[in-house]
Design a protein around this ligand. Structure first.
Ligand SMILES: [Zn+2]
Length: 377
């Protein structure tokens, strides 16, 4: 199955914006049927955190997304998958697996469009101390359900390239380490084989824009912690592919990647094949910005510099606005962007040595139309 035939089976839920607050999530869940809903606990601000169970097979799969509240693409991709599970192509998966899903682990962060929860804590650094109610919900579910496989689903910023090839990291994967030595334990080897099959299945549609996430070990991260407990854990990161800042393109590939992984888990084969497809992936590199202004001419000296702009995602009146800020100043090497402007831009300044915050102020005052046009509302 390729992404186009998968798309014809997929039921995409009615969510298109990057801002995905709890009420929108709740509304959409009313249209998704066939799951057993369980109230697992409450967030700091007393929003319910529910799990949704489906399938009757012996292989136990746990999936969660939006543990970082401003990472909605992975949640939308997961909801699309859930809304499609009545389709024939999922029959074998649901006969082989029992799947428990927590689509929105951090509803307070989702409402505030923040990475952290309402106490300002990054839940993905709380796996050992369990200081937050949301962390305790996930740990308690893990202990009770004892999954064989865990899917840790996130979004990543648009700053990552797939290596230094010039291609963006639209999707990144990781089988996290289970110890400081990054030993390839049995469950890690299984994860590599599964993700290898996923990468192989994506190659025809998404070649060069898939990468491997940083595998620095941190026991406080849930993925690393669950891996150390023996559950094969896989990290999926939805990134940026194009100037589609709503990430509807990546959302489709994300759902497809999840489907391929579940299909692989449901197939009665040993998990040794295809690992190379995963291990040979390029590493995520911080080599991307959103816009490059190639020719900015400084009035003071006549010198021409290039400037890299990166979007800040700001929640303004219940909408996420993408506001450009200066992230890179000449020389830029190597730096890639989703948009390159090579028209000459004159900047009226009396100074040559300019800092990033001064530059954005100058651009805003000198080139207000340019900045206005680059802002995505
Ligand atoms: Zn995240």
């Amino acid at each position: 199955m390729n992404v186009n035939s998968f798309k014809s089976e997929l039921v995409q839920v009615d969510l298109s914006l990057r801002y995905l607050p709890f009420c929108s999530f709740e509304n959409v869940m009313k249209s998704i049927h066939g799951f057993e809903e369980v109230l697992e606990g409450y967030s700091v601000q007393r929003r319910p955190i529910n799990s949704y169970m489906i399938g009757s097979g012996p292989t136990r799969v746990l999936m969660w997304s939006q543990m970082h509240g401003n990472e909605s693409t992975s949640c939308k991709g997961l909801l699309d998958l859930m809304a499609s599970m009545h389709r024939t192509c999922f029959r074998n998966i649901l006969q082989s697996c029992t799947i428990v899903i927590v689509p929105m682990l951090n509803p307070d962060g989702a409402n505030a469009y923040t990475r952290v929860n309402a106490n300002g804590v990054d839940l993905n650094r709380d796996a050992v101390n369990l200081t937050q109610p949301e962390s305790r919900v996930l740990m308690s579910l893990f202990d009770r359900f004892t999954p064989h496989f865990c899917f840790n689903l996130h979004d990543q910023r648009s700053i990552f390239g797939a290596g230094l090839t010039g291609f963006p990291a639209a999707l990144s994967f990781l089988v996290p380490a289970a110890d400081q030595q990054k030993t390839c334990s049995h469950n890690r080897a299984v994860g590599r084989s599964i993700l290898g099959s996923v990468v192989k299945g994506l190659t025809a549609d998404l070649s060069n824009t898939v990468s491997q996430f940083d595998d620095h070990f941190n026991i406080n991260c849930f993925g690393d912690f669950f891996q150390s407990k023996g559950a094969t854990t896989m990290l999926f990161e939805a990134g940026q592919l194009s100037t589609d800042y709503m990430r509807s393109d990546v959302r489709l590939y994300f759902s497809f990647a999840l489907f391929l992984a579940l299909k692989r888990i449901s197939s009665p084969k040993d998990f040794t094949e295809n690992a190379d497809f995963y291990t040979n992936l390029p590493q995520n590199m911080e080599c991307y910005c959103d816009v490059i202004l190639e020719k900015v001419k400084l009035q003071s000296s006549g010198k021409t510099i290039s400037i890299g702009l990166t979007y800040n995602e700001c929640l303004e009146q219940d909408d996420v606005v993408f506001r450009p800020s200066v992230s890179h100043i000449d020389p830029i090497d190597p730096l890639f962007a989703f948009k390159i402007i090579n028209d000459e831009i004159n900047l009226f300044t009396e100074c040559d040595a300019i800092e990033a915050d001064q530059l954005i102020e100058l651009l805003e005052s000198n080139q207000s139309d340019l900045i206005k046009n680059l802002t995505i509302i």
